[in-house]
Ligand binder design. Structure first.
Ligand SMILES: CC(C)(COP(=O)(O)OP(=O)(O)OC[C@H]1O[C@@H](n2cnc3c(N)ncnc32)[C@H](O)[C@@H]1OP(=O)(O)O)[C@@H](O)C(=O)NCCC(=O)NCCS
Length: 281
C-alpha cells in the first residue's frame, strides 16, 4: 500500500481514466472525460510503475460548494483502500466546501464513511424516443434556440434554481451542443441544453418552472436530434419521468444523491429537473 502514490490528474492520464470507466461499462468517451477534466480537479492513485489504478474528481462551484464524481478504481484493485485514498485527497483539496455526489450502489459505503448522507435519488433515463410529438398543451410559452448571446442571462436565472453560479459549466456544454430556452409573458421560464455524450445525446441541464414546460422544452430538443437520449432526472419529478417512460426513454438505473455538509439553497420557483451529468450535477 505504501508503494502507491497519490497525485493530481494530468491530461496525459485521460486515456487511463477512460480505460477505468470502460472496465465498468460506463458509456464515457474521451470527449466526455475531457469536458469533466477541463472543468474540475482530478486525482489519481498509481502503482509503483506509474500505472493509474483509480481516479476521483471534484468540481468547485465557488468557495462554499463542490460536486464529486468519476470515482472509479480498477476492478482488480478494489477493496485495497484506493477509493478511500482518492476521497481523502478530494476532501482535503476541496477544503471547507460542502460536497455533493451521485452515488452508485458500490460507492455508498465508502461515501458514508467519508461523512456523506443520502438526500434524494436520481433516475437515469435512457432510450430512443418512439415519438417526437408533444402530448400536452403548455400554457403559452415561447420557445427558441439558445445562442451564445443568451448565455449570461440564462446563467443568472439558472443560478437561482441551481443555488449558485455555474456559467463555465453551461458555456462548456453549450459550446459543444445546443439549447432551447422558453419565455412566458416576456420572462425566462425554462431552458435545457443537449450535447453528444456517451452512446448518443445527453439532455441536461433541464431547468424549468414546472415539469410540463420541461416536457415541452425537452420535446423540442428531441425533435432536433436522433438516436439514444439520456436524461438524469430527480426521482420525485414524476410527471417528467412518466412522460419519458411513455416515449421509450426508460429509467434504467437509480442512484443516491449524497451530501457532506449543506446542500445548495434554491432561490426561485424554477427547479433543476435534469442534470448536466451525475458528476457535475
Ligand atoms: C466504489 C469504489 C470507488 C470504492 O473503491 P475501493 O478502492 O474499492 O474502496 P476502498 O478499498 O477504499 O474501501 C473503502 C471502504 O468501502 C468499503 N467497500 C468498498 N467497496 C465495497 C463494496 N463493493 N461493498 C461493500 N463495501 C465496500 C470497504 O470495505 C472500505 O470500508 P472499510 O474501510 O470499512 O473496510 C470502487 O469499488 C469502484 O470503483 N467501484 C465501481 C465504480 C463505482 O461505482 N464508483 C462510484 C461512483 S459514485
Amino acid at each position: 500500500m505504501t508503494e502507491m502514490s497519490t497525485r493530481r490528474m494530468q491530461k496525459e492520464d485521460l486515456a487511463e481514466g477512460l480505460r477505468l470507466t470502460q472496465a465498468q461499462s460506463w458509456a464515457y468517451r474521451l470527449e466526455d472525460w475531457l469536458l469533466h477534466f477541463h472543468l474540475g480537479r482530478g486525482w489519481v492513485v498509481c502503482d509503483p510503475g506509474g500505472r493509474v489504478l483509480g481516479t476521483a474528481f471534484w468540481w468547485p462551484y465557488g468557495d462554499q460548494f463542490a460536486t464529486v464524481g468519476l470515482v472509479v478504481v480498477d476492478p482488480h484493485q478494489q477493496g485495497k483502500g484506493i477509493g478511500r485514498r482518492l476521497m481523502n485527497a478530494v476532501m482535503e483539496d476541496a477544503g471547507a466546501r460542502s460536497l455533493q455526489l451521485v452515488s452508485t450502489r458500490a460507492g455508498r459505503r465508502l461515501y458514508e464513511q467519508c461523512g456523506f448522507r443520502e438526500q434524494g435519488a436520481i433516475c437515469q433515463h435512457l432510450g430512443a424516443a418512439t415519438t417526437t410529438t408533444l402530448p400536452l398543451k403548455t400554457g403559452g410559452a415561447s420557445l427558441s434556440a439558445v445562442t451564445s448571446a443568451d448565455l449570461e442571462t440564462i446563467a443568472q436565472w439558472d443560478a437561482m434554481a441551481f443555488g449558485t453560479g455555474r456559467t463555465s459549466v453551461l458555456a462548456a456544454v453549450l459550446a459543444g451542443g445546443e439549447g432551447v430556452v422558453a419565455t412566458r409573458h416576456g420572462r425566462l421560464a425554462g431552458y435545457a441544453l443537449a450535447r453528444d455524450a456517451g452512446r448518443g445525446t445527453t439532455i441536461g441541464p433541464v431547468v424549468a418552472e414546472d415539469e410540463t414546460l420541461a416536457i415541452e422544452i425537452v420535446t423540442r430538443l428531441i425533435q432536433r436530434r436522433s438516436g439514444i437520449m439520456r436524461l438524469d432526472v430527480p426521482e420525485d419529478a414524476t410527471v417528467l419521468r412518466g412522460w419519458l417512460e411513455s416515449i421509450g426513454i426508460a429509467c434504467v438505473d437509480t442512484a443516491a444523491v449524497m451530501i457532506r455538509g449543506t446542500s445548495l439553497p434554491r432561490r426561485s420557483a424554477a427547479r433543476v429537473l435534469g442534470l448536466v451529468s451525475q458528476a457535475l450535477t
